[in-house]
Ligand binder design. Structure first.
Ligand code: BG6
Length: 506
């Protein structure tokens, strides 16, 4: 007879990460985010036995639907989008038994939702522990929060937390207003503003690389680092999301959140502990130290672009203005490059060049720390011709890993130096599939750990930095164009070339 071998260490880790009995309430339960990300993540948590036995999912959306229909839709979505395939029927069956749907077409319907949540508590023993997830379009957030408060959805006992999807506001004023509304029902420590980049394994590994090792920190500063480059490149276009993207653009969609968070993790001081307060305190200090980009510096420090038609991997693609639901005269930017400075002791004078764009040649997110060249030239110019500056490259995705570029002697007579890479590849070193960012973040929110979520002051600092740039562009006509499949407009090259540097080719 087969016996299951339980590894006690793994089992201990699993139990330590299993949340208390609870219910997740997903507003926008039948929407795109829920279907593509949230339910596949929850199902994978169930598959790994990381959810408590007493756990329920309650979806809420305007259109009425039966529980059975909701479950059937989610089953299809999970089968399609889950990172693990094929669907494990046994796990899905027991998971799906605790999925419910409540229609909330109007305010009064929130009483139905409360009754359903109370029933779930009684039947399952979820103790009124509730995680509310706002997965609707942002304009609906305020009304939902108010309804949670007005209809007593928090429950009498148990904990209540709210996850708010990005973008959190569309500028500083609206972000502050939204926080005020959220705070009318939830305390700040109950608010989980999500930035899914923080849930990525390789993003968390930035902290591990820097603070679990002794060798990097001594050189992680202006004395040794020449500059830093952060690239978040996508080959995809706007797809079906023009309704949202036309209002957002690359600045609100990526720079304000994902990119500035990556910058903060690279630039922050070592936190005193790996906890929500210490880590976020250090990140916010970096965001506060970001040197504003003044209007008269825009030409040298900020570039935007919009993609034209072109080719991606040999396939012809249309320009942004020809995409469905995009205005033919749209001036929404699909590319941004910035030259940033962190004005503090560690980084004074060290440029952080950051860029993001859609319809770039490939999907690639990476952080490159480029070091200064050796202070004294021992080898001849001729011998060093093939030597590039030392660089530590953190590949966030795809081909997750880290490589260190340094010069090595070419094995021929005499000295010839060429750059080589020392490579760590996630897939080769760890033979496990990394969890999806949403699995990590939902689990953390259910456990009440906010370390990987953005705090109010971080979000506000991020807006404080980007608002004036967006504002300057709003009066400056249409962005320069770039051909789909290129690395952005020529102006983007100029902001680094002017400093005698160049963008890396990821
Ligand atoms: C989202 C943006 O936050 O991040 C999208 O809204 C973008 O426009 C996506 O495509 C990129 O995420 P990832 O995980 O694919 O790098």
């Amino acid at each position: 007879m087969a016996t299951t071998v339980v590894n006690p260490l793994r089992e201990g880790l699993r139990l330590a990460r299993t949340p208390e009995p609870s219910t997740i309430v997903i507003f926008g339960g039948s929407g795109d985010l829920a279907q593509r990300k949230l339910l596949p993540a929850l199902y994978n948590l169930a598959l790994q036995r990381l959810l408590p036995a007493a756990f329920a999912v309650v979806g809420a959306a305007r259109q009425p639907m039966t529980d059975d229909r909701f479950r059937a839709e989610l089953r299809d979505a999970v089968a399609r989008h889950s990172r693990t395939k094929p669907l494990n029927e046994e796990v899905w069956k027991s998971f799906a038994e605790h999925i419910h749907f409540v229609a909330t077409p109007n305010d009064a319907a929130y009483d139905d939702l409360r009754r359903r949540l109370d029933d779930v508590d009684r039947e399952l023993g979820t103790h009124a522990n509730r995680l509310f997830y706002l997965a609707t379009p942002p304009p609906a957030y305020a009304a939902i929060i108010e309804a949670i408060g007005a209809h007593g959805l928090r429950g009498e006992t148990g904990w209540a937390r709210v996850v708010v999807e990005k973008p959190f506001g569309r500028d500083l004023a609206t972000a502050m207003k939204l926080t005020e509304i959220v705070h009318s029902v939830f305390r700040e420590d109950e608010v989980f503003r999500i930035d899914h980049y923080l849930g990525k394994e390789t993003v968390q590994n930035i902290l591990v690389l820097r603070f679990a090792n002794g060798i990097f920190e001594p050189v992680w500063n202006r004395q040794y680092v020449d500059h830093v480059q952060i690239t978040v490149a996508e080959s995809l276009g706007v797809e079906e999301r023009a309704g949202y993207y036309e209002q957002a653009g690359a600045m609100r969609d990526i720079v304000q959140n994902h990119l500035l968070q990556l910058l903060a993790l690279v630039a922050m001081e070592p936190p005193a502990a790996f906890d929500d307060r210490a880590v976020r305190d250090e990140k916010v200090k970096v965001l506060r130290a970001l040197r504003p980009i003044r209007r008269e510096e825009m030409a040298e420090r900020a570039v935007r672009g919009q993609y034209d038609a072109g080719f991606i991997e040999g396939t012809r693609v249309v320009g942004y203005r020809q995409e469905p639901d995009v205005a033919r005269t749209s001036s929404t930017e699909t590319f941004v490059a910035l030259k940033c400075f962190v004005d503090n002791w560690r980084w004074e004078g060290t440029p952080f060049y950051v860029r993001t764009g859609k319809r770039l040649p490939k999907r690639s997110t990476e952080i490159a720390i480029q070091f200064r060249i050796a202070p004294h030239r021992v080898f001849s110019r001729e011998a060093s011709a093939g030597l590039e500056p030392n660089a530590l490259v953190l590949r966030i995705q795809p081909d997750e890993g880290i490589s260190l570029k340094f010069g090595a002697k070419v094995p021929v007579q005499g000295i010839r130096i060429r750059s080589v890479n020392m490579d760590f590849v996630y897939g080769a070193s760890f033979m496990v599939d990394a969890p999806d960012a949403y699995e990590t973040l939902i689990l953390d929110a259910l456990r009440g750990d906010a370390t990987l979520f953005t705090r109010r002051d971080e979000v506000e600092q991020q807006w404080t930095f980007v608002d004036p740039i967006i504002d300057a562009w709003s009066n400056a006509g249409a962005p320069p164009r770039y051909e789909a499949g290129s690395w952005g407009p020529a102006e983007a090259d100029r902001i680094v070339e002017r400093d005698g540097r160049e963008w890396r080719k990821p």
